[in-house]
Design a protein around this ligand. Structure first.
Ligand SMILES: Cc1ncc(COP(=O)(O)O)c(C=O)c1O
Length: 348
């Protein structure tokens, strides 16, 4: 199967496995694992932050960040389909006691005006105040959309003016940086905390980092213990991260070019794809005009030998490119997808 369900399906290549096998190790919980320490320093510098802490998942990184920025009863502002709101099982409430306010944001982006309105104090004395803003770049549910630099800069500046802490769910930040052809730090340095995921476009089996000031990351360590995320010889997986930063960053642009090529081919074949919205490694197909139901469409695609996946939008499915997908896979998928989707239309 040509597996385009997600960029999380990648398996470590032989060279990455060799880096894992050769990793220098120590007790991570005692901060003695040299490979983890090297990865943390490297990612902090990459993101323009003072420090970083290695964690098993990006979800844990986001959740720890939210705990650092808010007290129970405080309000978290985020775009309403963002990962922290829809895929983290209410962790913001469960772990940090935050009240979440989801703001509508076409393309996954919210505006300064929305943030101003949402953080205006109410007339009550017992005030529930917005204290945290979380942004996502690239934005998963918007289809891998990228924040234009001037826009994210303005929104963060507004949040700061209003006294909000700002967190960036940059699970796919390196995709955003590649798409914009900018240094990741030029986006990430303005945030209080930044999540970076290793197990998506970077192709590692697992791992994520939370970056921020020395003071915040020191506080994050306490939460890491509390979440049960303080590990032992974690260099065994951090080594994959170091390898990925050396070998898998520049190639993200290839994933983007392949996604675009797939979108253009499908568009030419009459499949409802908005090519203009393909900015990184996601291609969204709207099944509504085809009169196809999602489960049926995904089944037909799978039978044809292509794996796509559902999205939060009931009529939209997605194809995601990654390092397990080459040019030939794209050519083949561009033939198979229209055939599989149209077969149903013709039959009905
Ligand atoms: C934007 C975003 N943030 C966070 C995560 C969580 O990543 P993990 O599976 O490592 O917890 C994901 C995973 O898909 C994501 O897309």
């Amino acid at each position: 199967m040509i597996d385009l369900r997600s960029d999380t399906v990648t398996l470590p290549a032989p060279e990455m496995r060799r880096a894992i096998a050769d990793a220098a190790l120590g007790d991570e919980q005692k901060r003695e694992d040299p490979t983890v320490l090297a990865l943390e320093r490297r990612v902090a510098a990459l993101l323009g932050q003072e420090a970083a802490v290695f964690l098993p998942t990006a979800t844990m990184a986001n959740q720890i960040a939210l705990k650092l920025h808010g007290r129970p009863g405080d309000v978290l502002l985020a775009e309403e389909t963002s990962h922290v709101l829809v895929y983290e099982y209410g962790g913001a409430a469960a772990h940090a006691g935050l009240v979440t306010m989801g703001l509508p944001g076409p393309n996954g982006r919210v505006t300064s005006e929305q943030i101003r309105t949402a953080s205006a104090p109410s007339s009550k004395i017992a005030d529930q105040r917005a204290t945290v803003l979380s942004l996502e770049n690239t934005h998963n549910n918007a289809g891998g959309r990228v924040w234009p630099p001037a826009e994210i800069e303005e929104v963060v500046a507004t949040a700061r003016e209003l006294g909000l802490a700002v967190h960036l769910d940059g699970a796919r930040l390196l995709n955003a940086a590649a798409a914009l052809e900018v240094e990741p730090a030029s986006i990430a340095a303005r945030f209080d905390t930044v999540t970076l995921c290793l197990s998506k476009g970077l192709g590692c089996p697992l791992g994520a980092l939370l970056a921020g000031s020395k003071e915040l990351i020191e506080r994050a360590w306490r939460e890491k213990h509390l979440f049960g995320g303080a590990m032992r010889q974690a260099g065994i997986v951090a080594a994959a991260g170091v390898y990925a930063l050396d070998h898998n960053v520049e190639r993200l642009a290839d994933d983007h070019a392949r996604a675009r090529r797939l979108a253009e081919s499908m568009d030419a074949a009459g499949i409802p794809v908005d090519v203009g919205r393909v900015e990184t490694n996601f291609v969204q197909i709207d099944l509504a005009p085809l009169g196809l139901e999602r489960t049926e469409a995904l089944l037909r695609l799978r039978e044809a030998g292509v794996g796509l996946s559902a999205t939060i939008h009931p009529t939209v499915v997605r194809a995601v490119t990654h390092l397990g997908i080459g040019d030939e896979d794209i050519e083949r998928a561009a033939e198979l997808i229209p055939l599989a989707l149209r077969a149903r239309v013709t039959a009905s």
